[in-house]
Design a protein around this ligand. Structure first.
Ligand code: ZN
Length: 134
């Protein structure tokens, strides 16, 4: 059901600033920057091997990433696990009584179908499940 870590979401105040570390110091490459108005974020994709880092910068002081940084500071905000059938996965989780943030998939960065599991059900980690075609 879960095939791999799809990406790790990292909350940053500034993609411009943070990407310098990954590009200039670690030699990684930002391949694309996309805005997801629905989640009030700008996302920078940094692929590495079979997974990627996603730098998340808020586009709105009231957005979830801005609030996250205000409460906890910059850093890892969520991990995303790739599944092949997100509807099925959500149905299974619901059957098992797992608390979900998203009962239905929504469209996230890169056109993926995504849904978040409540961190109270995952021992504190915000876990995203995602399905994408590639
Ligand atoms: Zn994500």
């Amino acid at each position: 059901m879960v095939s791999k870590i799809d990406h790790i979401g990292v909350a940053v105040k500034s993609i411009d600033e943070a990407s310098k570390f990954y590009e200039d110091i670690l030699g990684m490459k930002v391949t694309e920057i996309e805005e997801v108005p629905d989640q009030k974020v700008k996302v920078a994709f940094i692929p590495t091997g079979d997974s990627e880092l996603e730098l998340l910068q808020s586009t709105d002081p009231q957005g979830p990433i801005a609030k996250y940084i205000e409460a906890k500071g910059q850093g890892i905000q969520h991990i995303a696990l790739r599944v092949d059938d997100i509807e099925q996965t959500l149905a299974d989780l619901k059957d098992k009584g797992i608390r979900l943030i998203d009962e239905k998939p929504r469209i996230g960065a890169g056109g993926a179908k995504i849904a978040f599991i409540h961190p109270k059900a995952t021992f504190g980690t915000l876990v995203e499940i995602c399905q994408r075609e590639d």
